[in-house]
Ligand binder design. Structure first.
Ligand SMILES: [Zn+2]
Length: 66
């Protein structure tokens, strides 16, 4: 899956697992979409998420990656 929303609105950014649909989100991480995405992705990676470091994905949570 992808980060939601894919662009523009960064009031809330959500990362969804392609395997199980689990998600993590970040509220207003940054006014800039790319910076917001990178911040969320860094946190996800720190939490053992795997996948493409781009919003378009794919992304997998620790459960599905294991
Ligand atoms: Zn998953």
């Amino acid at each position: 899956m992808t980060a939601i929303p894919p662009h523009d609105d960064v009031s809330k950014l959500t990362l969804v697992c392609d395997g199980c649909g689990d998600s993590v989100s970040e509220n207003k991480p940054s006014a800039d979409y790319r910076a917001a995405w990178l911040l969320l992705w860094q946190q996800a990676v720190h939490a053992s998420w795997k996948g493409n470091a781009r919003p378009i994905g794919p992304h997998y949570c620790p459960e599905c990656e294991a």
